[in-house]
Design a protein around this ligand. Sequence first.
Ligand code: SF4
Ligand SMILES: [Zn+2]
Length: 340
Amino acid sequence: MTPESLARTVARDRRPEPAGPTDARRYVNQWVEREAIGAEEVSAFVLILRTRGCYWADEKGCSMCGYAKDTLGRSATPEELAEQLSNAVARYRNEPYVKVYTSGSFLDDREVDPESRRRLVAAFSGKARRLLFETLPEFAVAANLEPLKSEFAGEIEVALGLESTDPTVLGRYVHKNAPPSEYLAAGDRVRALGLRAKAYLLLKPPYLTETESLRDVVRSVGEAAPHFNALSVNPVHIQNGTVVEWLFRRGRYRPPWLWSVVDALRVGASRRGESRLVSFPTAGGLPRGPHNCGECDARVLEAIETASLRQEFGPLDDLDCSCRTEWEVSRALEPLGVEA
Ligand code: SF4
Ligand SMILES: [Zn+2]
């Protein structure tokens, strides 16, 4: 099976049947996590709305993305979105940072209609200091952003899944819908409107070795930095119903080592310019997430989180474990297709 036909088969199989009204009134998930606004550590309220999901996931979808399973298979009505919002607001405790995701694009009218978007932003206005939402670059335009800007008395941060600044990596391995240049241009547009722009960078897309992916993410940090206020290195974790999972099940993919995340931050720190550089690995230390030997994972994850919150990367140099040598040996053997 070619990577192209594999991607389309996986996309077809993971799409849910259209959901009933009960599901549509429930958001996918909500939690509170550690974050920082400037030098200040704050709590962040994270909300995942249930919407029709990413249109691109229907056509092909990205090789590591399994978010389609959390979607409705149809557009949510404004009433259903209003109910999800009021359920979420009932749990909101004035956390200074609010992050809203939709398993797709908050600014795509098919997922969240313009009036529902305004209502959501207004619900957190005057309480949160910063509000983040994620979108594909084609929706990050003034016509969608200006109405939200006037509804929110704080900073709006627009997050874009740039993943890599290499067109081949982004198009052929990650399977994104647009080239990196469109993501960089969207970052510039967002900032020209006076909003913050954040980019997610993917560590270890499929079909790259650990070393190649490390080089790719470090180069991407340098090339993306002039266009974004913040860059987040996201090491791949294996989500259900994805190309990455298909490869993992056949022994053709290992999630990245936490040592690679450490190096991405250490080396990336010198190339990030004025932008923040962070990493908050999902499923860190688990077999399907970025992991080391099991002995040092909690310690290394804690150091990654602290470095990200404080923007102090020096302490990462002091981390060590016997598995660091295994990581180095396995990378040296990768071109031969041999596991250490
Ligand atoms: S990663 Fe983003 S663009 Fe790609 S399929 Fe998932 S939601 Fe859509
Ligand atoms: Zn270890």
